[in-house]
Design a protein around this ligand. Sequence first.
Ligand SMILES: CC(C)(COP(=O)(O)OP(=O)(O)OC[C@H]1O[C@@H](n2cnc3c(N)ncnc32)[C@H](O)[C@@H]1OP(=O)(O)O)[C@@H](O)C(=O)NCCC(=O)NCCS
Length: 184
Amino acid sequence: MVKNYNEVLYANERIETPRLILRRAQIKDAADIFEYGSDPEVTKTLEWDGLTTIDEARDSIFNYYWEVPGKWLIELKGEGKVIGGIDVRLKHSHDKASFGYALNRHFWGKGYMAEALEAVVVLCFDKLEANRVEARHFAGNEASGRVMEKVGMKLEGLAKQGEIVKGKPHDVLFYGLCREDYSS
Ligand SMILES: CC(C)(COP(=O)(O)OP(=O)(O)OC[C@H]1O[C@@H](n2cnc3c(N)ncnc32)[C@H](O)[C@@H]1OP(=O)(O)O)[C@@H](O)C(=O)NCCC(=O)NCCS
């Protein structure tokens, strides 16, 4: 992975795909962040507890989205509406990256997250020069696994009751893609 990875991430704070703009959060986005961040249908498959007030959404912009680079909001092109978020987590010493993402429920099933994740995977391999990307989801959240598959990641294994989240053990499914398979 490139040494100046933060520089690369700052240079890619805005990424355009055919239908989406991945971009830095702005204060005006608080209401849109709150819309999906306060929806229990969205947060039930996440470690994140979600938001209960719009002030928390505003705070999340300062304390989460602006904390380090590599955290994008997903804006629907032409509408100006933020419909979700995606972030990349770099493990420089292992030359790899993982991801987290969530989308407003009203926009599920239209291929938006696969489109966003594909752009971030391309960034990881082509600009950050990662050797590997990986992600995981809890059993029962097959839509997320499908998003990973749609960008070329392969199911690598399952950890039975691998994580306890929100007081409940979850089977965890792991997906990955190495540079040699990405290139071919
Ligand atoms: C997971 C999530 C991001 C998917 O976003 P999305 O934009 O709807 O995803 P896409 O439309 O790109 O792809 C979803 C795929 O899953 C499929 N799918 C949906 N529900 C499914 C299910 N129950 N079982 C199997 N596949 C399913 C869809 O058919 C689609 O595949 P296709 O394009 O081959 O038909 C969204 O559901 C979400 O935000 N969930 C809550 C937060 C979350 O779980 N984040 C991930 C944590 S690991």
